[in-house]
Design a protein around this ligand. Structure first.
Ligand code: NAD
Ligand code: WQD
Length: 344
């Protein structure tokens, strides 16, 4: 008999997954981590156990390995899954498309097949605002038409959503939610878990914190000639702890539904846009650290501006962001400063 509180968290040692494990445990779910540590460290488990004051169930396994996935689902009597496991570097996906299609799509198909075999119904998928491309209208709602993907990574999210849609339509009993994250930033307030980029980061915030810490000489702002208030790109930066909480609400919501064969998509953002220059200035104000930055050319593939309409998540999931940019940047900086204490 499946345990209604036990949830498989694939990619649970990763950035968003680890914060979600904390929120799940604190909401009396029992998270079971499945991770191959291809983009994370087993030391994250220590950080999690430290925060929670209890053991966390975890397996080193590849989500593309159906035998392993089935074994864990059965052994742990899982009743639902949150699927974070994926490769996520947009630039790398352009040079290694087959790796991205293999890992991101196989892991999804293997997990859905295994769940189907064991009649496990509740499924939450990590999607992305990347499916919207450069939208024609702002803020983007869940009804805003997706654009053709700009990268193989983005395409795996679009195809991933299509796969889930088709499986639900086939009436095998799946209840699914896709969460389209905007730009997750920040870290847990304990600074025991956070974003752990392997190699040079490509995202803005780890680049800023590494520059502030003296690991990088300077940060380049990619373009200041966009049609925005200060010429730099606009994004919707969402605190990762708020994001984690939304996964708890998504699971609660799936459990509340009496009908099977059910699929909903939600934007997860704050609902407001911030420019890159505003992020840099806010970081300097909040931390008191001056950033060495320069203006460079536009980065290929960047959208000019995007931010979310979050009305659906608010009205249906009863979720909204509670933390602002100041708090997120302060937490990211505290995490950067404590990194060497916790990680090799
Ligand atoms: P992350 O790389 O920190 O976490 C992903 C985790 O999955 C890592 O721990 C990695 O080791 C693991 N993993 C990858 N492939 C695996 C496999 N085949 N089997 C087992 N484990 C595997 O990334 P994240 O930022 O936490 O992102 C989580 C999810 O959210 C991803 O699906 C990502 O595409 C999506 N997403 C992320 C962002 C973002 O900006 N961080 C934005 C939108 C969507
Ligand atoms: C944010 C802003 C850059 C670095 C990516 C993925 C997207 C989603 C979220 C997964 C942009 C600017 C950045 C730097 C800069 N991920 N920037 N200098 O590109 O909005 O979204 O992560 O699904 O799919 O594409 O995030 O953090 O890379 O950039 O000026 O050194 O910061 O141009 O405007 P992005 P980002």
């Amino acid at each position: 008999m499946p345990n209604s509180r036990k949830v498989l968290v694939t990619g649970g040692a990763g950035y968003i997954g680890s914060h979600t494990v904390v929120s799940l445990a604190q909401a009396d779910y029992q998270p079971v981590i499945l991770d191959n540590y291809s983009n994370s460290s087993p030391q994250v488990i220590d950080g999690l156990e430290n925060i929670l004051g209890e053991k966390v169930i975890h397996y080193r396994a590849d989500c593309c390995d159906q035998q392993e996935v089935l074994k864990i689902l059965k052994q742990e009597q899982i009743s639902g899954a949150i699927h974070f496991a994926a490769s996520k570097a947009v630039g790398e996906s352009v040079t290694m498309p087959l790796h991205y299609y293999y890992n991101n799509l196989n892991s999804l198909v293997v997990l859905l097949k295994s769940m189907n075999q064991l009649a496990i119904t509740n499924f939450v998928f990590s999607s992305s605002c990347t499916v919207y491309g450069q939208p024609d209208e702002l803020p983007v709602t869940e009804e805003t038409a997706p654009k053709p993907a700009e990268s193989p990574y983005g395409n795996t999210k679009k195809i991933g959503e299509d796969i889930i849609h088709d499986v639900v339509n086939s009436k095998v009993g799946l209840k699914a939610v896709s969460l389209r994250y905007f730009n997750p930033i920040g870290a847990h307030s304990s600074a025991k878990i956070g974003e752990l980029p392997i190699g040079a980061p490509s995202n803005l915030i780890p680049f800023i914190t590494q520059t502030a810490a003296g690991i990088r000489e300077k940060i380049t702002i990619f373009g200041d000639d966009y049609q925005t208030v200060d010429g730099t790109c606009v994004r919707d930066y969402i605190h990762v702890v708020d994001l984690a909480q939304a996964h708890v609400r998504a699971l609660d919501y799936l459990q509340e539904q009496s009908t099977d064969n059910f699929y909903e998509v939600f934007n997860l953002g704050t609902g407001s846009g911030t420019t890159v220059m505003e992020v840099v200035q806010t970081f300097e104000r909040v931390t008191g650290v001056k950033l060495n930055y320069e203006i460079g050319p536009r980065r290929q593939g960047d959208v000019e501006q995007i931010y979310a309409s979050v009305e659906k998540a608010s009205s249906v999931l009863n979720w909204q962001a509670s933390k602002g940019l100041d708090e997120a940047l302060a937490a990211a900086w505290k995490w950067q400063q404590s990194l060497s204490k916790h990680y090799d």
